[in-house]
Write a protein of this length. Structure first.
Lengths: 270, 366
């Protein structure tokens, strides 16, 4: 029997694949390696040391920016996930009607709009509100992050809802569950992994954001990414590498959990 | 079983009147009226797309009839939500909750009804015993085999003691052996629980095996309702006769009509008695059906009402089918039961007479 076409057997496949991985990960690997440099250069290796991790740990500005980042990311992720869950339920648990696709596109719009446009728009809007209300706290950043995180949280939740067997909810209704009980005892438990996955994705996206944060933040509201951006304009030490490395590890951990949560549960059957 | 239900009449009679259902321009159910009796095993039988599942879903409450009324023990239920009806469903794909254990699946209905935990536990234990899954209560349903999942689905639907149990082709996913044993199991459960079963299937054998009464459906309409023997031996029209089992159609002339029997003249000139559907007055040219097992081949062709030449012999293990070419060129099938081992004793090309048992011919409605 003739073997079916497979790109894996084409000449040069392995070489190109290896090269691609190399190019993708070399910069990150370099960054991580130089986080352990004992010298002050980010290009000349002078020996192994943890001094930059230590110095970052003792840098008051780094600590404050980190706490702020985590604060914003946690609150924004929760708000975005709640909104996304409601949106996903509304767009999947209904008979198709005119305008459904439009609503679906509206939810996903922030993925397509250039971030800089959103950033400028929010800057203008929020500056108005600041003038009217006099409030200039973290609320603006949280609101902005919540907004652009919604589509990221929405995607895994919607995917999970769509793969769910509708006859389960029908069976619950058949077994005397009202609409709320059906959601509470059947839909929600089965949706839970999707919701957690959405939450984590939103968290990582928020933690990572530079452009919108840079535009929306007031003075003294640096998040870790914007603080690092500010530092890069001055002197660059391996301290930046050390902070980045910690960041990288945190993101990796979350993405790993996300991966395991978003695996299709049907595959575990039998 | 639960004592109150064993003694008291359980109810569960369904009356459907003038049910119509449109999906857009497509009419799935066209003016169906049915009376399903309390404590009966009632089957909706028909080919796919005949409207039987739609009818079932309307009793369950997943669909609303476009027109008509559905009554349960006299009370109108057509407008009620599924969770407001004392009716439970065994789904075709079982629809078991994958995040719950076997026990929690079975207890789900009672929990939603707000029953105390002690009562739920007692009923769940009783149900597990009823479907022979005592040892599996704490398993997740995904760890069970297809046949076991089927029994959990059954127990889950029976646990709240519904007045009516709806079964939507629940055996279609099982292999033949398992299906046979589940057929007997279902019949037993129906007798033990005294609950009205409404069973949907496209499998005529399944319907004949289990049902007290069968409604044969086609193109959104009920063609005939009756006991299995009535559906099989006294089909009212060609569709029913054709859909259930194998049969011979003969064009005949009505000679004389009595109160419940008519005399018809076969193409050969012989006259035999034939029954006809109630409420009809056969006359002129009609079609009769004769089941292949109601006819016998004989060596002598002198006195038999039909005769012809064997053109095909099909051996089936339990039976042998003789296909006989009649004088008018049509083919007539005879089923011989293989009571003895060895060849049937007939050969292709042989001239045979066909004897017809008394009172087996049935005149079809036009």
């Amino acid at each position: 029997m003739a073997k079916r076409f497979s790109i894996r057997r084409q000449p040069g496949f392995a070489t190109i694949a290896m090269f691609s991985f190399f190019v993708l990960y070399l910069p990150i690997a370099t960054l991580v390696v130089y986080a352990f440099n004992s010298g002050t250069s980010i290009a000349t290796w002078e020996g192994f040391s943890l001094r930059w991790f230590q110095s970052a740990w003792q840098n008051q500005q780094v600590i404050e920016a980190s706490i702020r980042s985590l604060q914003i990311a946690s609150i924004a992720a929760v708000i975005a996930t709640v909104c996304a869950t409601l949106a996903a339920l509304a767009t999947t648990r209904t008979a198709p009607y005119r305008g459904l696709t439009f609503k679906y596109s509206m939810v996903n719009m922030p993925l397509l709009v250039p971030e800089i446009v959103t950033a400028v728009a929010l800057l203008i809007l929020f500056s108005r509100i600041k003038v009217w209300t006099g409030y200039s706290g973290l609320g603006y950043l949280i609101l902005a992050h919540s907004a652009f995180c919604v589509p990221f949280a929405y995607l895994p939740i919607r995917a999970r809802l769509e793969s769910m067997d509708l006859s389960l909810e029908r069976a619950a209704a058949d077994l005397y569950a009202n609409a709320f009980q059906t959601f509470r005892y059947v839909t929600l438990p089965l949706l839970w992994p999707g919701i957690l996955a959405g939450l984590m994705l939103a968290f990582v996206i928020s933690l990572d954001d530079v452009v919108i944060t840079e535009f929306v933040k007031s003075g003294g509201q640096d998040t870790l990414p914007t603080y690092m951006l500010g530092q890069l304009r001055r002197v660059v030490t391996p301290e930046m590498n050390a902070i980045s490395t910690v960041f990288l590890m945190l993101s990796l951990a979350i993405v790993t959990v996300f991966f395991f949560l978003s695996r299709n549960p049907q595959k575990d059957d039998k | 079983m639960d004592q109150s239900s064993a003694t008291a009449s359980h109810g569960g009679a369904i009356g459907m009147h003038g049910i119509k259902k449109w999906f857009g321009n497509f009419q799935a159910v066209n003016d169906v009226s049915l009376e399903i009796r309390s404590n009966e095993f009632f089957t909706l039988l028909g080919p796919s797309g005949c409207g039987k599942t739609t009818l079932l879903r309307m009793i369950a409450g997943f669909e609303m009839p476009s027109e008509g009324s559905i009554r349960l023990d006299g009370a109108e239920i057509a407008h009620l939500l599924p969770n407001q009806r004392p009716v439970n469903t065994v789904f075709q794909n079982y629809a078991l909750f994958p995040h719950l254990t076997v026990s929690d699946n079975i207890g789900f209905g009672l929990k939603m009804l707000g029953k105390p935990k002690a009562e739920i536990d007692a009923v769940v234990a009783e149900m597990l015993k009823l479907v022979h899954l005592e040892a599996r209560g704490n398993n997740l349903v995904t760890q069970l085999s297809g046949g076991q999942q089927q029994r959990v689905a059954l127990a889950r639907a029976l646990a709240p003691r519904p007045k009516v149990l709806l079964l939507d082709e629940p055996l279609s996913a099982l292999d033949l052996k398992l299906r046979k044993s589940m057929q007997i199991e279902l019949k037993r459960l129906q007798a033990e629980t005294g609950i009205t079963f409404v069973f949907v299937t496209h499998d005529q054998e399944e319907a004949l095996t289990m049902s007290d009464r069968i409604a044969v459906m086609s193109q959104g309409q009920v063609r005939q309702v009756g006991a299995p023997w009535e559906i099989y031996d006294r089909p009212a029209e060609r569709f029913v006769a054709d859909f259930i089992g194998e049969t011979n159609f003969l064009d005949v002339d009505v000679v004389d009509v009595g109160a419940d029997r008519a005399r018809v003249r076969l193409p050969s000139g012989a006259e035999i008695p034939a029954t006809f559907p109630a409420g009809t007055q056969p006359s002129g040219k009609v079609t009769i059906v004769i089941r292949p097992e109601h006819a016998r081949a004989t060596a002598s062709t002198a006195v038999t009402p039909l005769s012809g030449t064997i053109h095909d012999i099909v051996y089936l293990g339990t039976d042998t089918h003789l296909h006989v070419r009649l004088a008018d060129g049509s083919s007539f099938m005879i089923r011989l039961q293989n009571a003895r081992s060895g060849p049937c004793g007939y050969s292709v090309g042989e001239e045979v007479g066909i004897e017809i048992s008394d009172d087996v011919a049935q005149i079809l409605r036009d």
